[in-house]
Design a protein around this ligand. Structure first.
Ligand code: CO
Length: 208
């Protein structure tokens, strides 16, 4: 890739936007009011805004390897805090994707150096759901299921935060678990029963 091409693309993008609305950047620069916080994987093929068909200003985005929400990760915690407490988003989406390299790596008995502590969060998800996962004979299908279960566990991690618990009590903020099927381009709603999970875990994790 010619890196200069990116600047050429940018110039074209600016002119395309201005053709539609000459005040586009004036409006864009004023403020942001996204209603959705999207937490997804850094994978280059899972381009958040493009797959959702949303415009700048509509979704607050956080991406890392395997769409994780570790409770000691200052970056993820800060993003959640800002989105929930300052931007007042109504929805938080955790979006995983089939064919996730992070999930596959976590299933290998290999030393990944600095990535080990990060990937261990996924290994913990595997441990929590080992009985179900070990019953799946086809490796590919087992990875797919772990992607889904990882999304579910990261939704639980989101619910564990005081910001989200507070927002749930005040305005019934919603947490959604989605998977992007990289083979078809389809976005799948895992239909995670947020209220059910909440009731089940609140005895342990309630802090508000
Ligand atoms: Co991934």
């Amino acid at each position: 890739m010619d890196i200069n091409q990116i600047f050429e693309n940018n110039r074209r993008w600016i002119s395309d936007r201005l053709k539609i609305d000459s005040n586009y950047f004036v409006k864009l620069s004023k403020s942001q009011h996204p209603e959705v916080l999207y937490i997804g994987c850094s994978d280059s093929r899972v381009s958040a805004e493009e797959l959702m068909g949303v415009q700048p200003g509509e979704v607050f985005v956080h991406r890392n390897i395997a769409n994780m929400v570790p409770n000691t990760d200052l970056s993820a915690m800060s993003v959640i805090n800002y989105a929930v407490s300052q931007l007042n988003v109504s929805h938080i989406v955790i979006c995983g994707h089939y064919g996730c390299g992070g999930v596959v790596a976590a299933m290998q008995s290999s030393d990944f150096g600095i990535l080990n502590p990060w990937l261990r969060n996924i290994r913990d998800v595997y441990r929590l759901h080992k009985t179900e996962l070990d019953l799946i004979n086809i490796t590919e299908e087992r990875y797919k299921r772990l992607v889904e279960l990882n999304v579910e566990e990261q939704c639980v991690n989101v619910i564990k935060t005081s910001d989200v618990q507070k927002a749930y009590n005040e305005r019934k903020i919603k947490v959604h678990g989605w998977v992007f099927d990289i083979h078809s381009g389809k976005l799948i709603d895992l239909k995670i029963d947020f209220d059910k999970i909440l009731k089940k875990i609140m005895e342990i994790y309630q802090i508000i």
